[in-house]
Design a protein around this ligand. Structure first.
Ligand code: PLP
Length: 435
């Protein structure tokens, strides 16, 4: 049935303007800095905007160096390569630095977090998710080290702007002499209390990355940064990102290079956005709290965080439907099917309903261990090996927290330009799904 003709939604008018999941929010200064770059002819991967945003972001995050790059993915690639080179030495030109090595990776994240492990010829082993913050589960990480004691690299993300359990993870990493690549692409501005001291995400790993993709909390239309306290590492990443040129009068190369540097035009947009980071976080927080209050009478919960140890940036508001309120819902590789049942609903139904009226939500990021491309890779849960758990003669298939959150959860429209009236309408539509 066309959802708009479903009597449960009678009287609801479509949104006049589309309500986005998370779209860019410009303030005016972006244009000024872009114009200045053009007027002064710094239309290149050098210039005042780039220098300024590197300085501002390093100061804000509390690290010595920020290196502006073309994307968060570029930053993750070079961070992962740097980690591989530190651990295993310089690779031959046709081989990645992680060849022959496993890497423990966040499972519930966007694939850009962990694809660089494959770019570098490593093998990602996915670590299941915990329920308190929806990030890498330290218990599963411990199990992973029991199974693969030789692993020396952990790549993790802070999902939807909520910091993960970094203190526990850092202790485990230190105990095994492992280093951490931190993906703070979604969590710029989120804070975490590490050993009693408040720190910014993006400063918590050995090699740290942020993104200025168009959907992020502040944007440059694209762009990313590598963050570090090491001058040597910053210099190396800057060199690799500009084709690895040597100090010679001609093009001379001792290492493989990349064209990954941030443009001074992109940096101009970011320069105009930085002063508004705190405002964007406050707006996203208000959205999260409005959903929390508006959905409190339904059998659902919001994406959780650790109140004592973290302050999220509330980039995306998400909800999780209680198990006993889940209507029948199945997903194939590309299609999905759901039924309606009184008092129950499903992510499929809710996303279709809000979309029918012109608002954009999204399923929870599908866990990496469920992705066709990574189905042959290891997956470790708090119980141990998460693969091959089912048995025709024994009930139960073992825990898989990521799969469960993917099945019952969804990302709600979280655009900071959404008005309270628009948000109330979304909350109303969700209520009607449960009618
Ligand atoms: C967790 C995470 N990591 C990495 C990226 C990649 O960043 P970019 O799009 O800037 O390459 C994104 C989103 O784009 C992301 O959400």
């Amino acid at each position: 049935m066309d959802i708009k003709n479903d009597p449960r939604f009678s009287g609801i008018e479509p949104f006049e303007n589309k309500v986005w999941l998370s779209s860019p929010t410009m303030h005016g200064d972006e244009q000024k800095w872009v114009d200045e770059a053009i007027k002064t002819n710094w239309v290149s991967t050098m210039g005042a905007n780039l220098n300024e945003v590197e300085k501002e972001l390093a100061e804000y995050i509390g690290v010595k160096h920020a290196v502006g790059l073309s994307a968060g993915t570029a930053s993750l690639h070079l961070a992962t390569k740097l980690a591989g080179e530190k651990l295993y030495g310089q690779a031959r030109p046709n081989e990645g630095t992680l060849a022959g090595h496993k890497v423990f990776c966040s499972d519930m994240t966007f694939d850009a977090t962990i694809n660089p492990v494959a770019y570098e010829d490593g093998e990602a082993v996915f670590i299941d998710t915990e329920r308190d913050t929806w990030n890498m589960d330290p218990k599963a990480l411990e199990k992973a080290f029991e199974i693969y004691p030789d692993v020396k690299l952990i790549v993790l993300a802070h999902l939807y702007g909520t910091p993960g359990k970094m203190e526990e993870i850092k202790k485990i990493a230190d105990a095994h002499g492992a280093i951490i690549v931190e993906d703070a692409a979604e969590s710029l501005g989120a804070k975490y209390k590490m050993d009693g001291k408040w720190c910014e995400t993006g400063s918590l790993g050995d090699y740290n990355c942020i993104s200025f993709n168009g959907n992020k909390i502040i944007t440059g239309s694209a762009g990313g940064m590598f963050l570090t306290n090491s001058t040597e590492d910053a210099n190396k990443v800057r060199k690799w990102s500009t084709q690895s040129r040597e100090d010679a009068p001609w093009y001379q190369h001792e290492e493989i290079g990349y064209n990954y540097r941030m443009s001074n035009i992109v940096a101009g947009i970011i320069r105009g956005q930085v002063p508004y980071l705190a405002d964007h976080i406050a707006q996203k927080k208000a959205i999260y709290e409005r959903y929390k209050a508006g959905l409190a009478d339904l059998p659902v919960s919001m994406n959780p965080f650790d109140d004592d140890k973290s302050i999220p940036n509330y980039w995306l508001s998400c909800m999780l439907i209680n198990e006993d309120a889940m209507a029948p819902f199945v997903r194939g590789e590309k299609d999905q099917l759901w039924h309606t049942e009184p008092g129950k609903s499903s992510p499929g139904e809710i996303l279709a309903a809000i979309s029918a009226f012109g608002a954009e939500g999204r399923p929870i990021w599908k866990p990496m261990h469920m992705q066709p491309i990574y189905r042959t890779h290891g997956f470790i849960t708090a119980e141990g090996n998460g693969r091959g758990r089912s048995n025709a003669y024994i009930e139960g298939t073992g825990i898989d927290v990521g799969a469960d959150i993917f099945r019952r959860g969804l990302c709600l429209p979280s655009d900071n330009k959404m008005t309270p009236a628009e948000q109330d309408k979304i909350i109303d539509i969700i209520h009607r799904c449960f009618k």
